[in-house]
Design a protein around this ligand. Structure first.
Ligand code: HEC
Length: 142
């Protein structure tokens, strides 16, 4: 009985203490989330510069042709291996991948891991900020 009362008093005190700390706690949480995700939001303008690394092989103009790689206009939301007139590897054609932003980011970072056996001769981009910027830029091509 006594200890139950003690607990009740204790938790009421904790609640009071927490209500004082609560604004700081949510501030800390917001800061931690910012650090954990990105120092800044993805920037399509910066992504356009990163895209220069893709442009040697990929065109990205509407109705434009293919290069060494398939045209990337409208890539976000598109099913993998479906650009007409491009001769894909079986690995890409049969991957079943739909290029949403997450899948695209993963592929750009590690092409050979995300679609094993695909023919894109590109090692991947290690900087997550650059990958995020690039995906934001690709999303504007529609
Ligand atoms: C050396 C040439 C080359 C470079 C550089 C290159 N790619 Fe590719 N990419 C290819 C080829 C070839 C394929 C087709 C792969 C296959 O069929 O297996 C491809 C396929 C793709 C696909 C799948 C397209 C579809 O229609 O399913 C995406 C997305 C892609 N590349 C994005 C990029 C991005 C973004 C970059 C720049 C970071 C890049 N690529 C750099 C050659 C390249």
């Amino acid at each position: 009985m006594d200890s139950a009362c003690g607990n009740a008093r204790g938790s009421a005190a904790e609640r009071r203490g927490f209500s004082v700390l609560k604004p700081f706690a949510s501030l800390l949480l917001a800061a931690a989330t910012l650090v954990a995700t990105n120092a800044r939001a993805a920037d399509p303008g910066a992504g356009k510069n990163v895209y220069q690394r893709c442009a040697i092989c990929h065109r990205a103009d509407k109705g434009g042709g293919n290069g060494l790689g398939p045209n990337l206009f409208g890539i976000v939301g598109r099913k993998a291996g479906t650009v007409p007139g491009f001769s894909y590897s079986a690995a890409m054609k049969n991957s079943g991948v739909v290029w949403n932003a997450d899948k695209l980011a993963a592929y750009i970072a590690h092409p050979s891991q995300v679609v094993p056996g695909n023919r894109m001769a590109f090692a991947g981009i290690g900087n997550p900020q650059q990958v995020g910027d690039l995906v934001a830029y690709l999303a504007t091509l529609k």
